[in-house]
Design a protein around this ligand. Structure first.
Ligand code: NAD
Ligand code: UD1
Length: 335
C-alpha cells in the first residue's frame, strides 16, 4: 500500500487515480486545510475502488505513527504542504512550520516503521530566475520566497538523510506548472479564494465568475512580451509519480527529476487556447508586472524521459479543454 500525504489535494487526487488504475492500493493522509473529502470520494467514483482517508496532520507525530501502524505501507508520496507564494511572504512562520515540520515528522515516522522509499513534491521554484532555459536538474538553485525556501530546505534535508542512511531511496520531483483536470470532469483544481495562478484565474474569467484577466506585464523579453511557462497537464504529472515509484526499486539513494513538457507557452497563447476550449473570448487587460515574476521558465525533461521512461503527452489545448470541462461541471468546485 502507498501512503499519499496531501492526497486529497489537486495533484494528489489525480495521482491517486493513476496509481489505482494501475493496481496500486493507496491510503490518504490529509488535514483538508486546502481540500475536501469530496475529492477523495470522486477518486473512488472514477476508479471504482475504495480509498481510506485519514483526516489528520502530518505534523502530528501520533497520527502519522498510527497510519504506519494500521496500514502496510511500502512507500510514501509526500504532497502535503502549503503552496501559495504570496501567503508564504506574509506568513513565513506558518509556512516553515507546516512544510518542514510535516516533512521531518513524516521522515522520522517512516524511519521508525522501516519504510524508506519516498517521493517528494518539489517545485521548479527552486531554480529561481534561471540563467538559461531549458532548465536541467544541475542548474543553480536559488529561491526568492519562503515557500520556495521550504522546498529547497526539504530537498536538502532529504539529501542529508540519504547521505547518512544509504537504505533510503528518495526521489525529488521538481514540477513545472501543473494545469488542467481529469478528463472525466470529476476532479480538478479547486482554489479556496481568488486564484493566484494563471489557469485557475482564466477558468474563473471564462465562467464569468471574474470580470477579466490581468496580464502581469507585456514588456518581458519573450516573443509576445508576456511571461512564458511550462504548463504540464496534471494527468501527465500524476503519471510521472507512477513512473518515479516504479523506478524507486532500482534506485540507489537520491535522484532528482524535472517534470515538465520542455515547451514554453506565453500568457497570451494560454488565453487563446482557453478561448478555443470554452468557445468564447476571454476579456483581459494588460497591467504591470507582478513582483518576483520571471520572464521565462521551462524544463529540460530529458532526464525523466530517459531514466523514468516518462514523457508529457497532453498538449496545453487538451489541458484547457479538461480544465473547462471541470469548471463547467463544478462551478463551485467541490462545495
Ligand atoms: P494542494 O493544496 O491542492 O494539495 C496539498 C494538500 O496537502 C492539500 O490537500 C492540503 O489539505 C494538504 N496539507 C497541507 N498541509 C498539511 C499537513 N500539515 N498535514 C496534512 N495535510 C496537509 O496543492 P497541490 O497543487 O496538489 O500541490 C501538492 C504538492 O506539490 C505541494 O507540496 C506543492 O507545494 C507542490 N507543488 C505544487 C505546484 C502547483 O503549482 N500546484 C507546483 C510545484 C510543486
Ligand atoms: C507560480 C508560483 C511558483 C510555483 C508555480 C508552479 C508565484 C509567484 N509563483 O509561478 O512558486 O512553483 O506557480 O505552479 O505564485 N499571470 C498573469 N495573470 C494572472 C496570473 C498569472 O498574467 O492573474 C502570469 C504570470 O505573470 C506568469 C504566468 O501567468 O507569467 C504564470 O503564472 P502562475 O500560474 O502564477 O505561475 P508561475 O508564475 O510560474
Amino acid at each position: 500500500m502507498l501512503l499519499l500525504t496531501g492526497g486529497a489535494g489537486y495533484i494528489g487526487s489525480h495521482t491517486a487515480v493513476e496509481l489505482l488504475d494501475r493496481g496500486h492500493r493507496v491510503v490518504v493522509l490529509d488535514n483538508l486545510v486546502n481540500s475536501s473529502v469530496e475529492a477523495v470520494r470522486r477518486v473512488e467514483k472514477i476508479t471504482g475502488q475504495q480509498v481510506p482517508l485519514v483526516v489528520g496532520d502530518c505534523t502530528d507525530r501520533e497520527v502519522v505513527e498510527r497510519v504506519f501502524a494500521e496500514h502496510d505501507i511500502e512507500a510514501v508520496v509526500h504532497f502535503a504542504g502549503l503552496k501559495a507564494v504570496g501567503e508564504s511572504v506574509s506568513q513565513p512562520l506558518r509556512y516553515y512550520r507546516n512544510n518542514l515540520d510535516a516533512l521531518l515528522t513524516l521522515a522520522e515516522a517512516m524511519d521508525a516503521a522501516g519504510v524508506r522509499d519516498l517521493v517528494f513534491s518539489s517545485s521548479a521554484t527552486v531554480y529561481g530566475d534561471p540563467e538559461t532555459v531549458p532548465i536541467a536538474e544541475p542548474s543553480a538553485l536559488r529561491v526568492t520566497n519562503p515557500y520556495g525556501a521550504t522546498k529547497l530546505f526539504g530537498e536538502r534535508i532529504l539529501e542529508d538523510l540519504t547521505a547518512a542512511s544509504p537504505d533510503w531511496r528518495i526521489t525529488l520531483l521538481r514540477y513545472f506548472n501543473p494545469v488542467g483536470a481529469h478528463p472525466s470532469g470529476l476532479i480538478g483544481e479547486d482554489p479556496n479564494d481568488i486564484p493566484n495562478n494563471l489557469f485557475p484565474y482564466i477558468s474563473k474569467v471564462a465562467a464569468g465568475r471574474l470580470p477579466e484577466l490581468n496580464v502581469f506585464g507585456d514588456d518581458y523579453d519573450t516573443p509576445d512580451g508576456t511571461g512564458v511557462r511550462d504548463y504540464l497537464h496534471v494527468v501527465d504529472l500524476a503519471r510521472g509519480h507512477v513512473a518515479a515509484l516504479d523506478h524507486l526499486g532500482d534506485q540507489e539513494g537520491l535522484e532528482v527529476f524535472n517534470l515538465g513538457t520542455g515547451t514554453g507557452t506565453s500568457v497570451l497563447e494560454a488565453v487563446r487556447h482557453f478561448e478555443e476550449a470554452c468557445g468564447h473570448p476571454i476579456p483581459y487587460r494588460v497591467g504591470p508586472r507582478r513582483d518576483g515574476d520571471i520572464a521565462t521558465c521551462f524544463a529540460d525533461p530529458g532526464k525523466a524521459n530517459r531514466q523514468l521512461g516518462w514523457r508529457a503527452e497532453h498538449t496545453v489545448a487538451q489541458a484547457c479543454a479538461d480544465a473547462w470541462r471541470w469548471q463547467s461541471a463544478n462551478p463551485d468546485g467541490y462545495a
